[in-house]
Write a protein that binds this ligand. Structure first.
Ligand code: TPP
Length: 475
């Protein structure tokens, strides 16, 4: 959000819009959405999602020079004040600076928008354990990296371990951060008479839930460090004080990791009850190694190791996690409902316990026109193949059913979603089977329709369970 003074010296080609109407906090401010032409991969997805059709794809030769000048000016503009935006709202969240940018992923990748959104939501408090897979490759193609930092030089912390132990790797982050925070609190309490009980109380009473809370916690920590000065007995507190600001641990990976190779560990850490958040970017195949079938591959899709079409139902990893009852579980698809996707990430973050968010991610391995990746996501939801839902255990305390199904009853024929209509839409991974073995495709399609209808009935039944007897008594 920029004041007119910030705009002084802008190139003539620099465009901005009035932000006053968008938010009460932004009277007299301007906002800018600036594309870095030099880093654009030409996927065209931004032009397709822009609600006002304000973005176009001019030839690079025309756009490069003016847009690079615009970008260089844009980079000097101040970041918006995080305490004034509501990161759970699409409109607000898109004003926050992404701390994940210009990855080497395929043009139009379906995974990267979720990661970008996560960095906007959490800023520099984010700590990521990344499973091996596409996200560790485009996320860590060293010596460059798309993970970046804010104007204060702070950014998310990121590391990649092995394909088979990423969940445990992330749990380790959580356990050590919690232990360090506990130790810092012990040191703080022991030093109360020296640095003042006010600072101790300021940290202890701060829930660190909102951006304003976090900003206040950072100020308190700065005051604690200043109060420690160079006193030798307070040196340990000074060294540990940064851990008093809570961090958010997110464990990221693909379906090959989550559904198959890392599943034992994933199940284990979700069952630990610890405050770990998991984002599974479900491309329904092992994307990074060329599209091998995983337990997330849907019935009838052709993939490596399933050249005749997968003949088993897709594993319902969300349903399995829901059975614990105390895990926040959700299924999202940005191309179908972006508001739901972003609100879900914020809700998962806010939940005080483990969370699993499964995000539908279109992929070049699906054999689609990547410029239409978000349309294919919508088809997956419209035909009922992918559900949008949230299972929030907090609802149980109020006697409410934890499961909310966001997607509507299937309305698109499954056949149309899989193989398209009149040569439009559809995905080659399904079309291939329809072309090479029509009889088998028809058989699998009938089974897939049955899977979808059965799953819809199951989720409806789950969402209808009466939890009123479980309402926690009022304190
Ligand atoms: C134990 C082990 N097996 C296999 C591999 C090779 N490998 C690296 S990435 C990858 C595929 C990852 O697929 P997925 O988890 O679905 O993530 P995506 O690439 O789709 O994002 C495989 C098989 C490995 N690194 N370690």
């Amino acid at each position: 959000m920029n004041s007119p003074a910030d705009m002084e010296g802008a190139p003539e080609t620099f465009k901005s819009a009035d932000a006053s109407k968008m938010h009460k906090n932004w009277q007299g401010k301007k906002f800018v959405i600036q594309v870095s032409a030099a880093d654009c991969t030409g996927c065209t997805l931004c032009t397709r999602v822009c609600p006002t059709n304000s973005l176009t794809m001019p030839p690079a030769a025309e756009a490069l020079e003016p847009e690079t000048n615009n970008w260089n000016f844009f980079e000097k503009l101040p970041d918006p004040d995080r305490t004034l935006v509501n990161p759970g709202q699409v409109k607000d969240q898109q004003f926050l600076r992404p701390l994940f940018e210009f990855s080497g992923a395929c043009a139009g990748c379906g995974e990267t928008p979720y990661i970008k959104a996560l960095t906007q939501l959490l800023g520099n408090r984010l700590v990521v354990a990344n499973a091996t897979g596409c996200s560790s490759i485009y996320g860590g193609n060293l010596p460059t990296t798309p993970w970046t930092h804010d104007a204060d030089g702070r950014g998310p912390a990121w590391a990649n371990s092995l394909f088979e132990d990423n969940a445990q790797f992330g749990l380790g982050f959580r356990v050590s951060l919690d232990k360090k925070q506990e130790y810092a609190l012990e040191l703080l309490e022991a030093a109360a008479d020296k640095i003042g009980t006010g600072l101790v109380e300021a940290i202890k009473s701060n829930p660190q839930k909102t951006e304003a809370d976090v900003a206040a916690a950072r100020e308190t920590v700065a005051a604690i460090k200043a109060a420690c000065g160079d006193t030798p007995e307070l040196a340990a507190l000074k060294a540990q004080a940064n851990y008093l600001v809570s961090k958010s641990v997110w464990i990221l990976g693909g379906d090959g990791w989550a559904y198959d190779i890392g599943y034992g560990g994933l199940d284990h850490i979700l069952a630990s009850g610890r405050n770990v958040k998991v984002l599974v970017m479900d491309t329904e195949v092992y994307s990074n190694t060329g599209g091998q079938c995983s337990k997330a591959t849907p019935r009838s899709a052709v993939a490596k190791f399933a050249t005749r079409g997968k003949d088993q139902v897709k594993k319902d990893i969300g349903y399995m996690a829901m059975t614990y009852g105390n895990i926040y579980v959700a299924s999202i698809a940005m191309g179908s409902n972006d508001e739901h996707a972003l609100k879900t990430l914020a809700e998962a973050e806010a939940y005080d316990g483990p969370a699993l968010v499964i995000a539908y991610s279109h992929c070049i391995n699906h054999g689609i026109n990547m410029a239409q990746g978000l349309d294919r996501q919508k088809d997956a939801v419209d035909c009922g193949r992918w559900l949008l839902y949230n299972f929030n255990p907090d609802n149980i305390k109020q006697g409410k059913n934890p499961l909310t199904i966001k997607s509507k009853a299937p309305k698109m024929p499954v056949r149309d979603a899989l193989i398209g209509v009149d040569g439009k839409g559809g995905e080659n991974r399904f079309k291939m089977l329809a072309k090479t073995n029509k009889a088998n495709f028809e058989k699998m399609l009938a089974l897939e329709e049955q899977d979808i209808a059965r799953r819809w009935r199951l989720y409806q039944a789950l969402a209808a369970i009466d939890y009123s007897a479980e309402a926690a008594p009022e304190a």
